[in-house]
Design a protein around this ligand. Sequence first.
Ligand code: NAD
Ligand code: 022
Ligand code: ZN
Length: 369
Amino acid sequence: MKTRAAVAFAAKKPLEIVELDLEGPKAGEVLIEIKATGICHTDYYTLSGADPEGLFPCVLGHEGAGVVVDVGAGVRSLKKGDHVIPLYTPECRECKSCLSRKTNLCTAIRATQGKGVMPDGTSRFRCDSDPVLHYMGASTFSNFIVVPEIALAKIREDAPFDKVCYIGCGVTTGIGAVIWTAKAETGCTAVVFGLGGIGLNVIQGLRMIGAEQIVGVDVNPGKKAMAEKFGMTHFVNPTEVGADLVPYLVNLTGGGADYSFDCTGNVTVMRQALECTHRGWGQSIIIGVAPSGAEIATRPFQLVTGRVWKGTAFGGARGRTDVPRIVDWYMEGRINIDDLITHKLPLERINEGFDLMHEGKSIRTVVEF
Ligand code: NAD
Ligand code: 022
Ligand code: ZN
């Protein structure tokens, strides 16, 4: 069949809207009609050429929602008409990682996913008979995609695609980092560095679990109002505090935060986030993705005295199990997604969405097909 897609033909070039050939689903695979997709930083990171694992030509996008159109042989958990969110972190429920219950990093299709191909080693997309690669096992910048069954979360049918697509990455990452990675408890204190599309979801996760104090840190004072709406109790602008940011935060939180979250991807911020946590038990969660080759540093004393450095991918969520629950929370009014979707564009104007992200003007831009 044919599908309309925004294709990244090479690094640093704008996406081109073209018609691709899409082969049907093979065994264990599912054909999805994508209805809406968010634009996230990783899509730009790969397009910029800075991602050493980036491969071209490819169809970017990993934050989508849509409907099952067809299923391949042996697919049992999904049928035509089901509503789904593609998962860049799949959940096979059979590999060593899934069975461990200690991580969400399923390994069933990791090697092929990273190479931009389906589990059989080939791509389903073609442009004038040349293969075009998949991206993060999702490629949601295409109207139709083929995805392995284990990389799809089935969601309720009354959930709006143009909102719940954001649960495919940003919402789950931010809320999940609080609930599943930090396991933060009611009454805790927390510091959130970076009040963008991830940090605001960390804040609403903290509010949901009943955090006592939620300190937000951002160099852009324009981020304050929205963060307050989502539950931030104190705002700190590091450019105003200067070199004493860490002691300032330790003092503000009465001896250090129980939890801190890096939502910037900046390694200097990651150090500040660790060091502003409480001696003896503070945990700092790295969510931001640092540039390739970057390293983090602190004095071992920080860890010897009981602080814990942790990282999270997709908020520690087990996608097929946890993503449908987050959709329910949204539908029950327990979390706010609507106010975070600041822009909407048709596929033809997707490149403008990348510009908005860069200029810091958007929290999320959603592209509707
Ligand atoms: P964003 O650009 O919307 O937000 C980043 C915020 O950080 C901005 O408001 C910016 O002003 C602020 N900031 C920049 N430098 C700062 C500094 N020195 N101190 C304090 N604040 C500073 O980005 P986002 O969409 O929120 O994504 C944040 C990060 O999370 C990115 O690195 C992204 O790749 C990563 N991410 C990780 C996962 C995961 O699974 N680990 C998933 C999604 C996104
Ligand atoms: C999503 N991310 C950033 C913005 N939006 C993001 C990027 C990378 C990861 C998670 C979220 C990530 C963390 C750890 C891994 N990845 C490795 C997982 C593993 O080895 O099992 C990651 C993931 C997918 C891909 C690359 C790296 C990929 O499909 N190419 C989850
Ligand atoms: Zn993302």
